[in-house]
Structure formats: structure tokens, C-alpha cells
Design a protein around this ligand. Structure first.
Ligand code: SF4
Length: 175
């Protein structure tokens, strides 16, 4: 099984959410957040300036296949642009962007940075990749691969973010 940017992001929000997603249990249609996010993505996509291109990447690290799809890449400036609805999961967004920068590096494209854009908040954050980050990502993809192969669903995180998660009812309905 491969590891992609979505799994990296989900893992940093909640390993249980990542496990549910990777085991084919999807409830995204019940999530307003995901629906709003898709609308934002589609609106942004239709307005994408010509200087940005969509690229699909793959690499292999420690025998783990890695894949990623970047919707807005400025090849001239070497900048990835990621549009997000809210900054509630900003740390997870940053790790997804760092994963894409790393994927580009593994494809011999160094010195890339990413800009996370939050149009609704009118803010943005610049993301760069450090050697510490690469170490963290190598540990993360190993953990994700173990979770993909495991039948045991990780524990609930009992965080305030659970209330906006599409799996909320699945996790808490019987409590
Ligand atoms: S509701 Fe909370 S514990 Fe359950 S998958 Fe979502 S974030 Fe994780």
C-alpha cells in the first residue's frame, strides 16, 4: 500500500481517522467541513492562474511507495500553493505540505517551499522542509504503513476537533 498526502494529513489530525479512512470506512458525505472544503477547492481550482500546474508525483523510500498530487505548483518560483478552508488543523496541513516538498526532493527537485493559503481568514503561512522534518516524515510513513496493515483501530483522541470530524457519530454514538 502506498502513503499519500491525504494520509499524512489525516494521521497528524488523528491516527484513528487515518486508520478508518485507509480501511475504506468513509463518511465524508456527512461532514459539512469536507463539503465546504471541496467547494472551496473547486472554486479555487477554476480560478487557477496559468502559471500554476497540477503535478502528480511518486517515489519509493525504504520500500514504501509514496504518491502525491499537487494542484497548484509554480515551477518557476518552486512554490507549492495549498488552499485550505480553516486553520483548525494547521499543523496537519503543514505536514502534508512538507510531505509534498519531500516528494519533490526525492524526485531531484530541491529548494521548494509551500504556501498554505486560507482565503476565508485572509492569511497564509510559508512552509519549509528541514532535516528534522525529513526524519519525522520517515518515521511517520513507517507508522502509517503499520497502521494500514493492522486490524486494530487506534484509540479515540477525545479532542475538541472530534466535533467537526465526519467519524464523530461512529466514534461517540454509543457513549
Ligand atoms: S471523531 Fe475524533 S477520535 Fe474519532 S476519528 Fe474523528 S478525530 Fe479521531
Amino acid at each position: 500500500m502506498s502513503v499519500n498526502g491525504t494520509l499524512i494529513q489525516l494521521f497528524h489530525i488523528c491516527p484513528r481517522e487515518m486508520w478508518l479512512h485507509t480501511h475504506g470506512i468513509n463518511m465524508e458525505h456527512t461532514s459539512e467541513t469536507v463539503y465546504d472544503g471541496k467547494l472551496l477547492h473547486e472554486t479555487s481550482y477554476s480560478q487557477r492562474p496559468e502559471k500554476y500546474t497540477e503535478i502528480t508525483l511518486s517515489a519509493c523510500f525504504n520500500n514504501i511507495p509514496l504518491t502525491g498530487k499537487i494542484d497548484f505548483y509554480d515551477a518557476k518560483q518552486k512554490i507549492i500553493h495549498e488552499t485550505k478552508r480553516s486553520d483548525k488543523a494547521e499543523v496537519a496541513h503543514e505536514w502534508q505540505a512538507k510531505f509534498y516538498i519531500w516528494l519533490l526532493l526525492l524526485n531531484d527537485i530541491p529548494d521548494v517551499q509551500a504556501i498554505l493559503e486560507y482565503p476565508k481568514l485572509r492569511t497564509s503561512t510559508t512552509v519549509q522542509l528541514t532535516s528534522y522534518d525529513i526524519q519525522h516524515l520517515t518515521n511517520t510513513i513507517t507508522t502509517i504503513q503499520h497502521l494500514q496493515q493492522s486490524d486494530k483501530c487506534p484509540d479515540k483522541i477525545k479532542s475538541k476537533i472530534c466535533k467537526s470530524c465526519s467519524y464523530y457519530e461512529l466514534c461517540y454514538i454509543e457513549e
